[in-house]
Write a protein that binds this ligand. Sequence first.
Ligand SMILES: *Cc1c(COP(=O)(O)O)cnc(C)c1O
Length: 406
Amino acid sequence: MGEMSRSGRQGVPAPAAPARAMSDPGATGRFGTYGGRYVPESLIPACHEIEAAFREAWSDPEFRGRLDTLLTVYAGRPTPLTPAWRLSHELGITLFLKREDLTHTGSHKINNVIGQALLAHRMGKERLLAETGAGQHGVATATAAALLGLKATVFMGERDIERQELNVLRMNVLGAEVVPVTTGSRTLKDACNEAMRHWVSSVDNSYYCIGSVMGPHPYPWMVREFQRVIGEEARAQCAAELPVGVPDYVVACVGGGSNAAGTFAGFVDTTARLIGVEAEGGAAATFGRAGVLHGFRSLVLQDEDGQVTEAHSVAAGLDYPGIGPEHAHLRDGGRARYETVNDEEVVQALLCLARTEGILAALESSHAVAWVIRAAKSGEIAPGSTVMLTLSGRGDKDIASIKELL
Ligand SMILES: *Cc1c(COP(=O)(O)O)cnc(C)c1O
């Protein structure tokens, strides 16, 4: 296990001590004691190759220009910052929504996937590999592959294929191959294992497109950088809208943590309180312990024997037993705080936002809404406060699953 043994799995690795929060984690890809690169020896060169290609691309104005153009003319950026007029009034606060639900394919995932697909194309790869749980990242990957003329192979647990039929059809229509994963619990965590295994055997012509701030270095850093556009736009929009320029609270839901990381990156150097909201049944930042999962060290849900446990949430996109390593570091350092909400609160929040604002948010995004509603009502968010909430995606996909709860 190459770099894993060199950096010392047992001892606490030397932190890279970044000059400022949410900056470049350096060659080791460490966020404090988290992150790193825990992959089989055979994948170490591929990780190095991607890191070098990303560093070069990210400082190349031509690459940045192509990405910006696609985000604008294809993905629909910049997304608006919408005042939630009636809900603000009801809660006695000023609430703004960063509308990632209005992007092409309906969630923030497209920001990252267009970036990685452009990188894969630049590296001369022919195929994108991806894993998907609810199917949202798979659909985004299939979309970006079609856009750039790449092939796409998406690994998906057999159980998720049954539960997310519509997204499987969407991927097929977009020309992607969906590979059923029949091992383990036949869900996302098994699909991750299978995608990684396949990558080992096809690394010459395939690029592994990871859907959140997870996986071996450079992925957590690279995905955060591709999602940073959310936070930077929101920061500028707040500066234009608000008397003081900076909101009191910045709130986002957390599965792996990519929409939250991109959002926080725009505000980490301000006085705003950063709040990540997890599903109670998948709250790795709250209930997890340090461990290694899918190539990185972070907080992971596990039993007393260190076995990774299953996550459960009404929102399939938050059903992951780990959290991005940078979030674990932000939590330990106290710069960001992580809260949990339960399924019932989430469904009520979805209905509440739909009926007060006419916005049907994804169940994942509704976690952030649920916490804001609870905290404003309890007085934890002081009356008159300003809150900037990233609405990560739209809820059309969730209609069937909330039907019986109405
Ligand atoms: C996938 C998904 C999430 C969770 O992913 P993060 O990496 O935590 O952002 C949240 N919201 C929506 C709409 C999603 O599709």
